[in-house]
Design a protein around this ligand. Sequence first.
Ligand SMILES: NC(=O)c1ccc[n+]([C@@H]2O[C@H](COP(=O)([O-])OP(=O)(O)OC[C@H]3O[C@@H](n4cnc5c(N)ncnc54)[C@H](OP(=O)(O)O)[C@@H]3O)[C@@H](O)[C@H]2O)c1
Length: 266
Amino acid sequence: MNIAVITGASSGMGKEFCSRLFSEKDGSIGAPYDEIWVIARSSDKLQSIAKSLDEKRIRVVPLDLTAPESISALGALLDEKKPAIRLLVNCAGMGKSGAFAEQSVEDTHTAISLNCEALSTVTRVCLPYMTGHDGKRSGTIINIASSAGFLPQPYFAVYAASKSYVISFSRALAEELRSSRITVTCVCPGPVDTDFIKVSKNDPDATFTGIKAKFVTTTDKLIPAAIRAAKKGKTMLVYGFGQKCLHLTSKIVPTNLVLFFERKMK
Ligand SMILES: NC(=O)c1ccc[n+]([C@@H]2O[C@H](COP(=O)([O-])OP(=O)(O)OC[C@H]3O[C@@H](n4cnc5c(N)ncnc54)[C@H](OP(=O)(O)O)[C@@H]3O)[C@@H](O)[C@H]2O)c1
C-alpha cells in the first residue's frame, strides 16, 4: 500500500497539500497514493476533509504530536499496516509572537516540541517505511520551515530559532539520505494567509501587518511550488522574491548589522 503522510493537515498548508496530493498522479513523488494519512489534533476538521475528498482514501489519524505517546501510536499504526510511505509532509507547526519573557513556559515548550522534536521523531518513525517496490529505500520528505529561520527574530525568538533547526536538520538529512533514493525538500515561505497568524497572536481576527503584510502569499500559490520543488528533488525552496532577498541578506550581511537596522526601524 503506497501512502502519503501529512502532519498539520487540518488547516492551512497541510490541508492544501492534502487536496492537491489527492489528485496527484506524477510517479516522481510516489503518487497516486492508495491512502493519504492526515494528522492533526482536530479530528472533526480531518473528518470533514476526508468526507469532502474520499473517506476510503483519506485515513484520519488524530494525534497531538507534542505528546510522546502520539509518536508511539503512529509507530504502532505503521507497524500494523506496514505501508510504503512514498511521501512525508511535515507541516504541523506553531509559534507565539511577543517578548520571550512574557510568554508562558507552556507556549515555549509547545513550539519547540512541535516544530523541532515532533518533526524529527515523526520523520524517524516514518523512515523505515520509505521503501520502493524493490525493497530499496525510496521516497520524498517535505519539511515546512520558514524564512523566519534565516535570522534571529526578536519578539518571535523561539519560533525563528525552531525554524533554523528545521532548515539545518533538513539539509543535513538530505545529505545523509543522498545515497538512498529519498529526497528532502525544505520549504521556506514568508507570511502565508492561514490560521498561523491568528494562533500566533491569540487573536481570531489577526492579520499580518507592517512590512510582512506586503509579502503575504496564499496556499494555492505556495503548495504547488513546493510540490514542483519536491518533484525536482530540490533541497531548498525559498518562496518569493522578498524571501530570496532576505535569504541572501542572511548569508552576506553580519547578523549584528541586520539586528541593528531592525532596532532602528522600530
Ligand atoms: N502561515 C505562515 O505565515 C507561515 C510562514 C512560514 C512557515 N509556516 C509554517 O507552515 C506550517 C503550516 O502552518 P500553517 O500556516 O498552515 O498554519 P495553520 O493553518 O495554523 O496550520 C497548523 C497545523 O498544525 C497543526 N497542529 C498544531 N498543533 C499541533 C499539535 N500539537 N499536534 C498536531 N498537529 C498540530 C494544526 O492542527 P490542529 O490545530 O488541528 O492540531 C494545523 O493543521 C507550520 O510549520 C508553520 O510554522 C507558516
